[in-house]
Each structure stands twice: as structure tokens, then as C-alpha cells.
Design a protein around this ligand. Structure first.
Ligand code: SF4
Ligand code: SF4
Length: 312
């Protein structure tokens, strides 16, 4: 993978995943209809496939058939659903958080706009790893921020409400500007949640609250094979201490730190930063699968300034 293209690839996967989230209920690939109380999966209503009058059935064969149907169509799908994030974590660490998660994408956009407008990613404090933005066009970024604060929560509200109310019902209510209580509550509730988390909470939610993130973090941490950030320890003396990797990290990880950081989402921003400093293909970081810690234990101790190591 060409490191300088990482951001392009990442933005592509992030936007593609948001589109998937929007389209799943539209095409009945995944949604629960609260009106008909049916679960739609891959285009058709999900049913246990039990024969009519199965409860009155007698005999071992009939009971066995019911038990098998229940196992295959109720218990097994749930196990698969519950296993997705632990499995992802075991194999790819927090890759989903950095490359796919729509909430993570929204928080990155909020970080960027705050950085352009205030010169720091965070609303509450200025950290030592804030990238220098020069003199950005505040009118432009202010307009984008206002537009985003209105459009994105409403769009998110419509998309997520579509998982409980048929999307065509929602669209027809929008066209006629007449809403049922459920649709109104869904859109406003999701919208307020998105607005509050994207303005006030952001990556704190990723680090400490999100269950999907915590499962990936935990299983990625204990896995001997998960994807993780690595540093070329043999070439550590090439580091110019430019701090590009530190400032690139929106998760407030110090990539050169000798301890592996469970907040790392394998986004590759530090890989790009180091390639910019040392030349394409000569950067000190890469993503790789395998055991042991992500970063060299002890190798960076003398290189990274002590105040940098104390941070985070
Ligand atoms: S340490 Fe590097 S790969 Fe990990 S989150 Fe930070 S910038 Fe992304
Ligand atoms: S970006 Fe590379 S050269 Fe710059 S401080 Fe980080 S590891 Fe060192």
C-alpha cells in the first residue's frame, strides 16, 4: 500500500460505509419494521421457518426439527452478530474505528473544523500536539461548520430512523411535511445525540464509552495476530524529532512512545506524516499483523522528549 495514499483510501472507505448505513434499510437489507413488527434481512421478512401448529406437534422428530430451526435461525444469527466486533478486534485491532465507523468520521470532521476555526482540535483545551494551520479562511470553515451542524444530524436522524420505520414512509412524510410522532422522535432524538457528541464528546466516546470500540480494543490487545502500528526500530536514528507523527494523531496517541496504546485506530496518519518528513517509503512506521507490542519497547526512550512521553 502506498503510504501517501492512505488518507485518500481512508476517506473513501469512510464515505462508502456511510452510504452503506444509509442504503441498508432502503433496500430492506437490514431493518426492523415497527408497524408490521417484522425483521427484514436481505430483502425478505425474517422468520424462524417453523411449521404451522408446531407447538401442538408430538414426537421426537417434530421437537428436534423445531429445536434445529430455532438454533439455526435465532440463536446462531445472534451469536454471529455478537461476534462481529470481538472478531474484528482480534484480527484488525481498532481498524473499524479508524477506517469505517461513521461516528468516528463525524468526530474527525468536527476536529478539523474546530482546528481551522480555533487553532486546536479540542474545544476545551489546547494540547501539545495541535497541528499548525497557518491562517485558514474562517468565513469558509465557519459556514461549513454551521451547515454541517444542521444537515448532518438531520441526515443521520433520517437514516437511523429508517432502521425502525420503513424509509419510504419517512420520505413520504418529509415530502408532505407531515410527521408521525415516531418519525419525529427518531429524527430529532438521533439529531440531538449526533450534535451533542460531535460538539462536546468526540473521541472521548471512542476511547471510553463505545461498546464496539471497547470490544475491538480488548480483543485487539490480547490477540497475538491483530493488525497494529509498528515502527522500524533498526532505523530509529533516522528520526528527526519533527513531531509530525505526534501532531497527525487525532486519537492523542504518541506513536513513538515505547508502550502500545490501545486508543490507536490504525488510521495511518502518523505513517503519512513520517513519510512526508523522511521521504516516500522511508518513514519509520507501518501497519502489520503479528504478536508482541506495536511499538518498540525501550527503543524510543532516549529519543522521545520526556514531556512528550508524559503526555496522554
Ligand atoms: S498512532 Fe498513528 S495509526 Fe494510531 S491512531 Fe494515531 S495517527 Fe492513527
Ligand atoms: S514523523 Fe517520523 S521523523 Fe518525525 S518525529 Fe515522528 S518518527 Fe520522527
Amino acid at each position: 500500500m502506498i503510504a501517501s495514499s492512505l488518507t485518500f483510501y481512508r476517506r473513501t472507505t469512510q464515505v462508502a460505509f456511510i452510504l452503506v448505513i444509509f442504503l441498508l434499510p432502503v433496500f430492506d437489507i437490514l431493518r426492523y419494521d415497527t408497524d408490521t413488527q417484522e425483521l427484514f434481512l436481505f430483502g425478505s421478512a425474517w422468520s424462524l421457518g417453523l411449521p404451522e401448529g408446531f407447538a401442538a406437534g408430538h414426537g421426537l422428530a417434530a421437537s428436534g426439527q423445531v429445536a434445529m430451526q430455532f438454533l439455526l435461525k435465532a440463536i446462531l444469527p445472534w451469536i454471529i452478530v455478537l461476534a462481529v466486533f470481538p472478531l474484528l478486534g482480534w484480527l484488525t485491532g481498532r481498524f473499524f474505528c479508524g477506517w469505517l465507523c461513521p461516528e468516528g468520521t463525524l468526530f474527525e470532521l468536527s476536529d478539523l473544523l474546530t482546528l481551522k476555526l480555533n487553532g486546536r482540535r479540542n474545544l476545551f483545551e489546547k494540547r501539545s500536539n495541535e497541528p499548525d494551520q497557518g491562517r485558514p479562511n474562517r468565513l469558509l470553515y465557519g459556514s461549513i461548520a454551521v451547515l454541517s451542524a444542521v444537515v448532518l444530524p438531520l441526515a443521520g436522524g433520517v437514516a437511523l430512523t429508517g432502521y425502525l420505520v420503513a424509509p419510504r414512509t419517512i420520505f413520504s412524510q418529509i415530502m408532505n411535511w407531515e410527521f408521525t410522532f415516531g418519525v419525529k422522535a427518531g429524527i430529532i432524538g438521533v439529531g440531538i445525540y449526533m450534535l451533542i457528541t460531535s460538539i462536546l464528546v468526540r473521541h472521548i466516546l471512542c476511547r471510553f464509552v463505545c461498546a464496539a470500540g471497547l470490544m475491538q480494543m480488548l480483543f485487539g490487545w490480547v490477540s497475538p495476530l491483530s493488525l497494529r502500528l509498528r515502527m522500524d526500530t533498526a532505523r530509529i536514528s533516522d528520526c528527526t524529532d519533527c513531531k509530525g507523527c505526534d501532531t497527525a494523531c487525532f486519537m492523542n496517541v504518541t506513536p513513538r512512545k515505547h508502550n502500545r496504546d490501545i486508543s490507536c485506530v490504525n488510521c495511518g496518519a502518523c505513517i503519512e506524516a513520517c513519510n512526508q518528513e523522511l521521504g516516500a517509503g522511508n518513514g519509520l512506521f507501518h501497519l502489520g499483523f503479528g504478536e508482541s507490542c506495536a511499538l518498540p519497547r525501550g527503543n524510543c526512550r532516549n529519543l522521545v522528549p520526556s514531556e512528550t512521553l508524559k503526555r496522554s
